[in-house]
Design a protein. Sequence first.
Length: 128
Amino acid sequence: MTNSYALLVQEHGRLAFEAPLKGAVEIGRQEKEEPGPYCLLPAQNGQPQRLIVARLEENALPRHFFELGALPDERVRLTNLSKILPISIVGDSEVCPPAESMVLPVPFRLELGTRILLVERSVPANAG
């Protein structure tokens, strides 16, 4: 059985985006020709899906910040695509250093400036 995860983004404490985490997704700031936040662009040309979490002018976040990849056994691989910025894991003293990867147990939260990105286990629609 494959685990199912939900990807959520909170901005200023409010839910701004929610979607299933399937396969890999890149997270980053808007490129010039891309739609604004919170658009999930489909995978193309061998690249994973891409979630835009910040407007073009929000320079504090890289355009290609990190990638998440769903793994079995309630884990997700976090790959920091930035060569400069670490990624802070909320509630943990650990950070993902620039240009490195780590495997995190689900659920977890990442700090993205004024936003929090959450990955948690999905609840099946027929549950309850």
